[in-house]
Design a protein around this ligand. Structure first.
Ligand SMILES: Cc1cc2nc3c(=O)[nH]c(=O)nc-3n(C[C@H](O)[C@H](O)[C@H](O)COP(=O)(O)OP(=O)(O)OC[C@H]3O[C@@H](n4cnc5c(N)ncnc54)[C@H](O)[C@@H]3O)c2cc1C
Length: 181
């Protein structure tokens, strides 16, 4: 288990984890992470939230109840968040008059913590280029020339971190990650 800072607790193992954050208003919200087929996730009936949460907690049956209590005693409405990712380094041929920003351009797992930052950066960058360059095609070409390496770098880190968090070496790989950051 790795406890990071005063407000975040991360407990991870190969293919699973419980990650919670304490917010400034005192609430604790978090994630149960499971490397399972999406159909399995969607088969859980959250119509009865406590039964659904118990089913999730059963996946951590050999974990401390101090950790599974974050799941079984949750009062927040559970949300299913399947994690999708586009291939790292994805590019496309120029399409006249069109481009992409944000997740549409570079969807990645949340483990670089960069998706929203990149989406805002993309929007600001694109707007700046369109203002500076009256030729729209030149502006879009210049935007994509910066977009591709920027998003590829973050997507690569995200894919690597996903493996660090839930790969075979977890949790030691997470400890090493934070030791070196
Ligand atoms: C669990 C989790 C944790 C995350 N943590 C972080 C983090 O710590 N830091 C970080 O930077 N990022 C994080 N992210 C990633 C971040 O949430 C996304 O990268 C970001 O929201 C992408 O913004 P976006 O505007 O590109 O897409 P979105 O936020 O998906 O916005 C797209 C919008 O378009 C709407 N839409 C879709 N189709 C249509 C349509 N046909 N017509 C009209 N509207 C439509 C959708 O409803 C949505 O509102 C996390 C993501 C997840 C899932």
């Amino acid at each position: 288990m790795a406890a990071i800072g005063s407000g975040t607790l991360m407990a991870v193992a190969p293919g699973k984890g419980i990650i919670v954050h304490r917010y400034a208003d005192g609430r604790v919200l978090g994630y149960v992470a499971l490397n399972k087929p999406e159909e399995w996730m969607r088969s859980i009936d959250f119509g009865d939230p406590s039964a659904g949460l118990r089913q999730l907690a059963d996946e951590f049956a050999d974990w401390s109840q101090l950790l599974t209590a974050f799941v079984t005693q949750s009062v927040a409405e559970p949300w299913l968040r399947p994690i999708y990712a586009l291939p790292v380094g994805l590019t496309w041929d120029r399409v006249p008059g069109a481009t992409l920003v944000g997740d549409a351009a570079h969807l990645m797992s949340p483990f670089a913590g960069e998706g929203a930052n990149l989406a805002m950066y993309d929007g600001a960058d694109l707007a700046g280029m369109l203002v500076e360059q009256p030729d729209t095609e030149l502006a879009l070409t210049a935007y994509e020339a910066q977009l591709f390496p920027r998003s590829s770098d973050a997507a690569g880190r995200s894919a690597k971190n996903l493996k660090n968090f839930f790969g075979r070496e977890a949790p030691q790989s997470v400890v090493t990650l934070f030791d070196h950051s």
